[in-house]
Design a protein around this ligand. Structure first.
Ligand code: MBD
Ligand code: FE
Length: 309
């Protein structure tokens, strides 16, 4: 009973016209992409007998997604950002680019231009009564040699699971810093233990996840860009051990090599050395960078980001 037009000469000519394939202006890549998207869209409409009501609901959904600035969140939740990682992993494997700390998704919440510090930093502004966290590690190359002067660009959520800039109740660049490694390749910072992230409960991403019978939660995690001259830029995260969502991340970012052991302690002698009282936590985590084969590999993937020049 389903009505099909997409295979007719008239429909095909129509899609060529709409995509600009019959003119000499514009951008050939854009035309190729739009042609394919339109062809696949009409096929979906015909194959699944999409009703006009469903179609207009989808159009409205895109408007809501944009209005809420959640397109980046949705592509993470639909596993597409992780899928891009899988494709890049496969391309690396074929090119023989192996070893080092694995990549995992950036997510939609990076802000460029965090304060740059030498060797150590405090990430939190002291206003969030979270458990103090002391994290340290070394940046090395894949031969195990320390990389001095690497930049560890770190960002994380607060105890409410929200990120500064996107949460205007937090101070500017709270829980965001760039830390340069010392002569031995070491970095260290004081912060607070982050909480896991949950999608805005009334937003369009969670609304769609509900339709799929899925939650929108991420385990507690800390994001990193690691970069150094001559080395390949690394986009990664650590996921904190013990989190109930560790292996149930709605954005599929967890990788075995990226699970960081978080050690909670009540040792007050050690606490005093760290300059805190009561319970605190420690993480040790090292990063290993592949060599850059071409200069472009030293810098992060181009993407529209908050405050990026
Ligand atoms: C996050 O904090 C995040 O890292 C991702 C990938 C998606 C939503 C929120
Ligand atoms: Fe995050």
């Amino acid at each position: 009973m389903s009505i099909r037009l997409s295979q007719t000469a008239h429909a095909q000519q129509f899609l060529e016209e709409v995509s600009g394939n019959l003119n000499d202006a514009g951008n050939p890549r854009a035309k190729a992409l739009i042609y394919r998207i339109l062809r696949d869209t009409v096929n979906i409409i015909e194959d699944l007998e999409v009703t006009p009501q469903e179609f207009w609901k989808a159009v409205n959904y895109l408007n809501e997604l944009g209005k809420n600035q959640e397109a980046g969140l949705l592509v993470a939740g639909l596993g597409l950002e992780h899928y891009l990682d899988l494709l890049m992993d496969e391309a690396d494997k074929e090119a023989g680019k192996t070893g080092g700390t694995p990549r995992t998704i950036e997510g939609p919440l990076y802000v460029a231009g965090a304060p740059l510090c030498k060797y150590e930093a405090r990430l939190d502004d002291g206003l969030d009564p979270g458990v103090p966290l002391f994290m340290r590690g070394q940046v090395r190359n894949i031969q195990g040699k320390p990389v001095a002067g690497a930049v560890v660009d770190v960002w994380q959520a607060n105890t409410g699971g929200t990120y500064s800039w996107f949460d205007d109740t937090q101070s500017a660049f709270n829980l965001r810093r760039r830390i340069e490694t010392d002569a031995q390749g070491n970095y260290r910072f004081r912060s607070i233990v982050p909480s896991g992230y949950g999608c805005p409960p009334n937003g369009p991403t969670q609304q769609l996840l509900d339709q799929l019978g899925r939650h929108g939660q991420r385990p507690a995690h800390i994001h990193f860009f690691i970069s150094a001259p001559g080395h390949r830029h690394l986009t990664t995260q650590i996921n904190l051990s013990g989190d109930p969502y560790l292996h149930d991340d709605f954005a599929y970012a967890t990788r075995d090599e990226l699970i960081a052991e978080i050690r909670f302690s009540e040792d007050q002698d050690l606490a005093r050395e760290f300059g805190v009282q009561g319970r605190f936590a420690q993480i040790d985590f090292d990063f290993e960078l592949q060599p850059a084969v071409v200069a472009l590999e030293q810098t992060r993937m181009e993407r529209v980001r908050a405050l990026e020049e």
